[in-house]
Design a protein around this ligand. Structure first.
Ligand SMILES: [Fe+2]
Length: 445
């Protein structure tokens, strides 16, 4: 059993991507036959949460009805609070450059208590949350639970990629547990609280400002393959009745809004949804269930074959952002250079490593670290990898100890000051390719 699968053991889920689900923590909490009756069973309030505009086409329309103990409007006025290392548009602290960039892993906090939200540190971003285009790349590295604190994001969806430590994500819709090797998507607007079963946790976050994530079209692959719909899991309803102590400190409700953090006081847990139904909810996915498809003859398909989820742009066939993984797989290609080919890409690529070794980089690309190759910045296997792969025996080979991922965007990423001035930025990244020499010779047959 993988670490990823173990995290599912204590939670129940509803299976399927994009389904209309109904879940009740108490029988009859969701009204039958209508959404907003004059009174709701158990004295609950009915509230709709929209993930798309009201008039979005039916097959893309996302909304859920929540039946809750108190309506969401019960909170104090929001006031600005410190963004710390979290950044959003306009991404203009620094200039984007064509230079290839790579970072070592960022350390977990060594002192103090840093929860999931306070630990957010932005590496790079593009686009504009207010125009529904673009994305941001954040890291998290937390050492304490969110206590009496709740969060929601008005700007984008969080796709969370754990690299160390499990996360328990208590949401309005129920609890999602994820471990390294799994991901969770928390769509914008949904309130949640993150706790750390392993006392600390580190990982990556893709914040999607664009259209909601969807599964990529499969084209000639057919009706099965890559990430299969049934393996996406939504939580079952689970509410908490928790009030701030009379005369004591209130709970905090933190909101990322138009690029900044705002905070309100709230005297109860907002995770008080007793039942819900709809198409808009958080979900998780176990990356080990990805059905990897590759060549069984020669040459590589383009890496789009590894796409798990995509957020489209207004340009047909061009993603706002893709989430792509490079999981364990067999390599069997004949008379083929098996590592990823050298290339220059119109898309901009941020890569991270969850565990193991990536097959194009023998050294320097480490779990918790990352690399950024912006549009048309050349990249590919390092010197050592090229030499080994050019001379190796082409037996079928199982690449088992590896799980890398890529956030790939049609917009150029501008790194933040935090990222470019970090001691973890590798000053010698270019040197990994410098041993590559011109082997051209007319004497070769
Ligand atoms: Fe690439």
């Amino acid at each position: 059993m993988t670490a990823a699968r173990e995290s599912q053991d204590s939670c129940n889920y509803l299976s399927g991507f994009g389904n209309h689900f109904l879940s009740e923590a108490e029988a009859g909490a969701v009204p039958h036959g209508q959404n907003s009756p004059q009174t709701v069973k158990y004295g609950l309030y009915a509230e709709q949460l929209s993930g798309t505009s009201f008039v979005m086409a039916r097959h893309e329309n996302l909304r859920s009805w929540l039946y809750r103990i108190r309506p969401s409007v019960l909170h104090s006025q929001f006031v600005r609070t410190a963004n710390l290392n979290l950044r959003s548009r306009p991404f203009n602290e620094m200039e984007a450059s064509p230079n290839q960039l790579r970072w070592d892993a960022f350390a977990l906090p060594q002192s103090g208590a840093i929860d999931f939200i306070d630990s957010l540190a932005t590496i790079a971003g593009n686009g504009d949350s207010s125009s529904l285009r673009g994305s941001a790349i954040h890291l998290y590295g937390a050492n304490c639970d969110m206590t009496d604190r709740y969060f929601y994001n008005s700007d984008g969806d969080f796709l969370i990629v754990p690299e160390q430590g499990r996360l328990s994500i208590a949401t309005e819709f129920g609890i999602i547990a994820i471990a390294p090797g799994e991901i969770a998507v928390i769509p914008r607007g949904i309130k949640y609280q993150v706790t750390l079963p392993d006392k600390s946790a580190r990982g990556y976050i893709l914040e999607n400002y664009g259209p909601p994530f969807r599964l990529p079209h499969l084209g000639p692959i057919g009706s099965n393959g890559l990430a299969n719909s049934r393996d996406f899991l939504a939580p079952v309803a689970n509410y908490e009745q928790k009030s701030a102590p009379a005369g004591g400190a209130k709970f905090r409700l933190t909101n990322k809004f138009n690029g900044n953090l705002w905070q309100a006081e709230i005297d109860h847990s907002p995770l008080d949804v007793v039942g819900w139904h709809g198409t808009y909810y958080p979900y998780k996915y176990d990356l080990s269930l990805f059905n990897v498809i590759g060549t069984v003859s020669f040459d590589h398909p383009d890496p789009s074959i590894f796409t798990v989820l995509t957020s489209p742009s207004e340009v047909n066939g061009t993603a706002n952002i893709d989430f792509v993984i490079f999981p364990p797989r067999w390599m069997v290609a004949e008379h083929t250079f098996r590592p990823p080919y050298y290339h220059r890409n119109t898309m901009s690529e941020y890569m991270g490593l969850i565990f193991g070794v990536y097959d194009a980089k023998q050294e320097g690309f480490v779990p918790g670290g990352g690399s950024l190759h912006n549009a048309y910045s050349a990249h590919g296997p390092d010197f050592d990898t090229f030499n080994k792969a050019s001379q190796g025996d082409l037996k079928p080979n199982y690449v088992g100890n590896t799980l890398a991922f890529m956030f790939e965007s049609s917009l150029i990423y501008t790194p933040t000051k935090f990222a470019l001035e970090s001691q973890h930025l590798q000053k010698d990244y270019l040197s990994c390719w410098q041993g590559l020499q011109a082997n051209f010779s007319l004497d070769q047959s």
